[in-house]
Design a protein around this ligand. Structure first.
Ligand SMILES: Nc1ncnc2c1ncn2[C@@H]1O[C@H](COP(=O)(O)OP(=O)(O)OP(=O)(O)O)[C@@H](O)[C@H]1O
Length: 219
């Protein structure tokens, strides 16, 4: 059982406080959602946690050890960003080989008809949705204690969303997962705990009704 403790995160852009005081604790088998309106600061929060964006204040601890820089954080957290950073000319088969040190996880990863169909292609030949599916699945299956998924369902058809949802539940047996996506029904269906990000703080929410109360959706 691992524990990720995120505390006292504060971040401003041009004097505007985007994150005021974020506290979030995630342990193995948690699927923790962060829902929020466009521009509320979800991606900024993930970038700050991961260390790709600086912050006025930040505290990240994994299993009792304070993690100060991206190098240290990368060893404990895999982060599927909204963007694809894979080299365009790389073959999908090579990309997959680069990601896995664990044969068991690799075998599990490869047991998938969607991957079968693209394994001989190059990254540049994949459609947006297929590339997104590949990217999210790679980070989800990678050998890390925690995984952050920023908009994993964006651009995916319902069948692929269901597949990714099932993988999230399966992989959460061995890792803690933080997920943010505007497809809130799919997210809340699998999350073990839900949060709403508003005015720079996280509010715990229980159900769809709470999303109406906070003004994310209409009745
Ligand atoms: N590099 C930057 N410089 C200045 N302002 C920024 C920068 N990056 C983000 N912001 C601002 O910070 C706020 C939060 O942006 P962020 O991308 O974190 O929101 P989000 O909740 O992820 O939104 P979405 O749901 O649309 O992806 C926005 O007002 C955005 O304009």
């Amino acid at each position: 059982m691992s524990l990720l403790e995120i505390d006292s995160i504060q971040k401003s852009y041009n004097g505007n406080k985007i994150l005021r005081s974020i506290v979030l604790h995630v342990k193995t088998s948690d699927i923790v959602s962060i829902i929020g309106r466009n521009g509320s600061g979800k991606t900024t929060l993930f970038d700050v946690i991961f260390g790709s964006t600086s912050a006025e204040q930040k505290f990240v601890r994994i299993d009792g050890e304070v993690k100060k820089n991206t190098f240290e954080i990368k060893q404990g957290i895999s982060f599927a960003t909204q963007f694809n950073h894979f080299p365009k000319n790389l073959k999908v088969s090579k990309l997959i080989n680069l990601f896995f040190t664990d044969d068991f996880q690799k075998k599990l990863f490869l047991d998938d008809n969607v991957i079968d169909e693209i394994i001989k292609n190059r990254v540049k030949d994949l459609s947006y949705g297929t590339l997104r599916y590949l990217q999210v699945k790679l980070y989800l299956f990678s050998d890390s204690k925690f995984c952050i998924l920023d908009e994993p369902f964006a651009g995916l058809s319902p069948i692929l969303i269901n597949k990714i949802s099932n993988f999230i539940v399966e992989q959460s047996k061995n890792k803690g997962i933080i997920i943010s996506d505007h497809q809130f029904d799919y997210v809340m269906n699998i999350a073990t705990r839900n949060h709403y990000l508003k005015n720079g703080v996280l509010i715990e929410i229980k159900d769809r009704n709470d999303l109406i109360k906070v003004g994310y959706i209409k009745n």
